[in-house]
Design a protein around this ligand. Structure first.
Ligand code: G3H
Ligand code: 13P
Ligand code: ZN
Length: 309
């Protein structure tokens, strides 16, 4: 078992009309829930770590947890830096055992984004790692930054960006957003499939990434609200839209909020029915099981990657 890059995964996903799930990890129970689901469904898997996760759990702990999960499941996973803000954090993850990094230069002017992404790609490729870049900006909350509106990807820029940077995959903005509030109350969820199709036409065979792609599963939101939570307007991307994207050029679908919700719903429910419990294992075991069931549902219903490990 080894930490692998996404190159083969994405090639097979593109040709097979499915996507690989990229799930954010922050602690042992999350790693176990996700990787046990991948094992049971024999699915390819990307585990991704944000700067916030590295700060919370520390790089070395997360790396060792992922290595332990590979030994336990007998599967190889990709280990990816999510939303790398600068060259230094990308280099630190590449040097520290990751197989893939995202350099998120999407908020920079086009030429600056190209220069930064190119610099990361050159270093990453020299070390056998792959790189995800981004064009266009998602709305939503990400690492304390709250972006009010989407700035959709301009398909006219994608070829030049990929050619000049030599990046391995590209995240685009088509109306998904980070966090649990992806559409305004009463607003009909929609994605710009026209942009996705135009990007795919201009980059044939090239793997596209969707961030902010949690469905904010309504059953979890209901449970959270039933047991004292306050998330009345939480709404995500409908599963059928993600499935449609996964059948086309989208090879990587990022999911974090649904993990958070699965865990939080389970823990809230647990305490309301077991108010005297105080052993963390009593409430973290069902939370881990809830993550596992949710990830299995994603693999089968949304990603379409069961049996493709
Ligand atoms: O896109 C952002 C991910 O959900 C990671 O969130 O930075 O709070 O760990 P975080
Ligand atoms: P969600 O907030 O929709 O789960 O998106 C996560 C993500 O894009 C991580 O990079
Ligand atoms: Zn993201």
């Amino acid at each position: 078992m080894a930490i692998i890059t996404t190159t083969e995964m994405f090639k097979k996903a593109y040709e097979g009309g499915y996507a690989v799930g990229a799930f954010n990890v922050n602690n042992m129970e999350i790693v176990q829930g996700i990787t046990e689901a991948a094992k049971e469904e024999n699915a390819p898997l990307i585990l991704q770590v944000s700067a916030g996760a590295r700060k919370y759990a520390k790089h070395e702990y997360l790396l060792k947890l992922v290595e332990a999960a590979m030994a336990d499941t007998g599967l190889s996973f990709a280990l990816h830096l999510d939303h790398g803000a600068d060259f230094e954090i990308c280099k630190s993850c590449i040097d520290g055992g990751f197989s893939s990094v995202m350099i998120d230069g999407s908020h920079f002017p086009f030429e600056e984004n190209i220069a930064l992404t190119k610099k990361v790609v050159e270093y990453a490729h020299s070390k056998g790692c792959v790189v995800e870049g981004e064009l266009g900006q998602l709305a939503g909350v990400e690492d304390d930054v709250n972006v009010a509106d989407h700035s959709y990807t301009d398909p006219g820029q994608v070829q030049e960006f990929v050619e000049k940077t030599n990046v391995d995959s590209l995240a685009i903005a088509i109306g998904t957003s980070h966090g649990a509030y992806k559409f305004k109350p009463g607003q009909k969820p929609q994605l710009r499939f026209d942009i996705l199709e135009e990007v795919a036409r201009r980059l044939p065979g090239f793997p596209i990434v969707l961030h902010g792609a949690s469905s904010v599963i309504p059953e979890f939101v209901e449970t959270v609200n039933k047991y004292g939570g306050k998330m009345p307007d939480a709404i995500g991307i409908p599963e059928d839209m993600l499935r449609q994207a996964a059948k086309g050029a989208v090879c990587k679908i990022n999911i974090d909020s649904d993990l958070r919700l699965a865990m939080t719903a389970s823990i809230r429910e647990h305490f309301s029915t077991h108010p005297a419990d105080f052993d963390p294992r009593q409430y973290l075991s069902p939370a881990r099981a809830a993550i596992k069931e949710m990830v299995k549902r994603k693999i089968v219903n949304v990603l379409g990657c069961a049996g493709k490990a």
